[in-house]
Structure formats: structure tokens, C-alpha cells
Design a protein around this ligand. Structure first.
Ligand SMILES: C[S@@+](CC[C@H](N)C(=O)[O-])C[C@H]1O[C@@H](n2cnc3c(N)ncnc32)[C@H](O)[C@@H]1O
Length: 404
């Protein structure tokens, strides 16, 4: 039932100023017919600083982030007063006892929803600040135990979600602009779905704060893992999360609609290329892929190199390592040629997996430069290889290479 907006905002005030029980609060979105707020999103948390307990406000606008700390008492009251006066479209407030969501309707009224929080999810008060800074994905989440994820997988998944985090605001803002539609994410080659669950839980939370919804579909060719993950999603009461059996090459996780995010963590060999190729054809804005074993280019290198083989690929162990580097370098080049700003980063320490490189690609639609085309042509000609991704996207790659 709608409430008068001023009354509903007044209900939030004591929760925001309760330094002992507040976990965090997020204000985001805009109100219909009003000037957009100066910041896209403001997050409030209680923090313990040298001068005593404070309320910290972190405001974001695109890439700009500013932080303000207000001592609990009159300073924090002023800060809350100012924020409640900003025409945000949504407030999401988590305390030790409940989650309160306030959404401003088209008519300028408030929809207020309150739900009790499970104790496990909440670490209230200033100490929560330090803990949450270390991990985005709680390694003690019982979901991981149910999924059977070990410590290394939990680390990998947290590191992966950390790379998704800086891209979330833009994704949510774009979906909001596109008629307030849901955000769509798919995890291709999801296997036991540790990443699928963790990313869905995290991004779903952010989507909820922004007043939108997230749908996530994990895809795997194995029936058994899909059936198990489906059952766990129901058990964990995670709405919007589903799984589908099938190959990456033929996956249609959202029917005719394209995903906004494609994830692929250790999809074997050319399954990573299948994931990248699908993402390119869908025009997916955000792609994060941590490749696994690389055999395709390695085989081609072995066949193409003259005898005696050049020193870089003469010894099997070096050939294997060089093939890994060449494969990912070519994948990154191809993604750049096809309109993605791409970098290759170490997403987690090698203690947690030797396969710790990650391709991070954000679609810009930029046209390929002649230098990039020359780099790609030079590298493939020098080593006599045609990477799987280029074979899968032959028409698109031919078009950019020939300027068509
Ligand atoms: C090494 S596991 C990684 C699973 C998960 N992403 C993780 O990191 O825990 C690779 C998964 O990709 C799946 N897979 C491999 N090739 C595939 C393809 N072409 N289409 C769909 N799934 C595939 C396998 O069944 C397997 O579950």
C-alpha cells in the first residue's frame, strides 16, 4: 500500500542514525519528473574511526567517488537530513533486524517493504565495515557448503565478483534507462555453479537496491550439474536464478533477449571461445572470462612450426606456456577489433588457481584501427595459427580485417 513519502522517509531516519544496528543503506535512482540527484548512488555505513563512531557516506557518479564521514550525533543527523532531502527513487536499508526498502512511485508516493533479516546475513555496526572491505562474497556463506565449494573456489569467486563490481552501476543505470527492465546475466559452462550463485547473490542485491531485478541463467552441457543447481536455487530461495542444459554454442538463456553480462570461469579449451563468440554476437556489454586449458593454438603451433622449431616453442613445456599466452593475446586482440575495450588481468593469486588470467571486455562499439588490424595479421601470420574465436566469428572478423 502506498504511504505519504515524507512519513515513509521519516521512518528511515532513526534506522540510518542507529550506529549500533545499521549494517548499510543505499540511496539510488531518480524520481519521475524531478531533477536527477547529483550522485547516482550513495551508500551509508557505520564506521569506527580514530575519533569514534561515524556514519560514512560514499557517493558515486559514474567513475567519480567521494566519501564523507560524519561523527554520530549532530554531524550525522545533518548528513542524514541532507540525504533524505535528495530526490532519490529508492532507499534500501539493512539493519541487524530487518531490511527496509522504500521505492518512490510514479505518483510520488512511497512503497515501503519491511522484512526480517536472517542473523547469518548481517554483521551490524562499525566492525562490519572492515570485514566487508575484505570480501564481497562471504566465504562462510552456507550456500558454498551446500554447493561443495572449497576455499580456493571461494577465493576465485570472490575475486571474479570484485571485477564485476565496478561495472555494476553502469549496467543497472543502462537497464533503468531502457524502460526499467531487468538485468540479464549468464554464466556459460557454469559447472557446479559456485560463481553463478555468488554473482547472482551479489549483483541481485545491487539490482534490488537500485529498484530493478536481476535474472541469471547458468548454462552447462551436463544434465546432472544443471539439475543439482536448479534444486539448490529453489532451496536457497534465490529468485531470478535458473539453469539450462545445453552447449554454449546453442544457448539462448533469455530467448530472443541478449544478456547484459556474460561470465565464463574455466570453461574448458575452446568453450571459452564459444562464450566469447556468443557474447560478441549478442552485443553483450560486459564480458568476464577466465580461460582454462588451451589446446587449440598449441596443436596448431606444433603442426605449423618448421623443424628445428624456434626456441620459443622448441620445448613442450615452453610451447604449452607460449600457446597459453598467444591464445589469450589473440582473444584480447579479436575482442578489441570487434568493438570491446579489453584487458587481460590476474584476477586471483596463483595460489588459488594456476589459471588466473581473466579477459575483461566492455563493449564500446569502437571501430578497429589499422594498427590493431596489422597487429592481428602480423601475429597470426608469424605463428601460422587461426584462433578458434576467429573461426567461430569468421564473417565478423573478415569484415573488420578487410574494412568491410
Ligand atoms: C572446468 S569446469 C568449470 C565450471 C565452473 N565454471 C567453475 O569454475 O567452477 C567447465 C565446465 O564447462 C562445461 N562445458 C565445457 N564445454 C562446454 C560447452 N561447449 N557447452 C556447455 N558447457 C560446457 C563442462 O561441462 C564443465 O562443467
Amino acid at each position: 500500500m502506498p504511504h505519504p513519502l515524507t512519513t515513509a522517509l521519516e521512518e528511515l531516519r532513526p534506522l540510518l542514525l542507529d550506529g549500533e544496528h545499521l549494517v548499510r543503506a543505499v540511496a539510488a535512482g531518480r524520481r519521475r519528473g524531478q531533477e536527477p540527484p547529483a550522485h547516482e548512488r550513495v551508500e551509508l555505513r557505520p564506521v569506527a574511526l580514530r575519533g569514534g563512531p561515524h556514519l560514512q557516506a560514499v557517493a558515486r557518479s559514474g567513475p567519480r567517488v567521494s566519501t564523507r564521514n560524519a561523527a554520530l550525533g549532530p554531524d550525522a543527523e545533518r548528513l542524514v537530513e541532507e540525504l533524505l532531502a535528495v530526490p532519490f527513487g529508492n532507499w534500501h536499508v539493512e539493519t541487524a533486524a530487518e531490511v527496509v526498502q522504500l521505492r518512490v512511485t510514479k505518483r510520488g508516493e512511497a512503497q515501503l517493504h519491511r522484512a526480517a533479516t536472517s542473523k547469518r546475513d548481517v554483521q551490524a555496526g562499525p566492525a562490519a565495515h572492515d570485514r566487508s572491505k575484505q570480501r564481497l562474497v562471504d566465504p562462510a556463506d552456507p550456500l558454498f557448503t551446500a554447493l561443495g565449494a572449497g576455499a580456493d573456489k571461494r577465493r576465485q569467486v570472490d575475486a571474479f565478483v570484485r571485477l564485476l563490481a565496478p561495472l555494476a552501476d553502469r549496467l543497472l543505470a543502462d537497464a533503468a534507462q531502457d524502460g526499467g527492465r531487468e538485468v540479464r546475466m549468464t554464466d556459460l559452462g557454469c559447472g557446479n555453479a559456485y560463481l553463478t550463485f555468488a554473482a547472482h547473490r551479489w549483483l541481485g542485491g545491487r539490482a534490488g537496491e537500485a529498484g530493478t531485478a536481476l535474472r541469471t541463467v547458468g548454462v552447462d552441457v551436463r544434465d546432472d550439474v544443471v539439475a543439482r543447481s536448479r534444486a539448490l536455487a529453489v532451496q536457497a530461495q534465490l529468485p531470478g536464478l535458473d539453469f539450462a542444459t545445453g552447449t554454449i554454442a546453442s544457448a539462448a538463456p533469455f530467448g530472443d533477449a541478449a544478456p547484459d553480462v556474460v561470465l565464463a570461469l574455466h570453461a574448458c579449451d575452446t568453450a571459452t571461445d564459444e562464450a566469447l563468440a556468443r557474447a560478441v554476437r549478442w552485443g553483450t556489454p560486459v564480458v568476464l572470462a577466465a580461460p582454462c586449458c588451451h589446446h587449440d593454438v598449441q596443436r596448431q603451433l606444433q603442426a605449423a612450426t618448421a623443424s628445428p622449431a624456434p626456441p620459443l616453442v622448441r620445448h613442450p613445456i615452453l610451447r604449452e606456456r607460449f600457446a597459453d599466452v598467444l591464445t589469450d593475446a589473440l582473444r584480447a586482440l579479436l575482442l578489441r577489433l570487434l568493438g570491446y575495450r579489453t584487458d587481460v588481468v590476474e584476477f586471483v593469486d596463483s595460489r588459488h588457481t594456476p589459471r588466473n588470467a581473466l579477459l575483461r571486455a566492455v563493449r564500446t562499439g569502437a571501430a578497429p584501427t589499422p594498427e590493431l588490424v596489422a597487429e592481428y595479421r602480423g601475429l597470426t601470420a608469424a605463428w601460422g595459427v587461426e584462433p578458434a574465436l576467429a573461426r567461430m566469428l569468421r564473417a565478423e572478423v573478415d569484415a573488420v580485417l578487410t574494412g568491410g
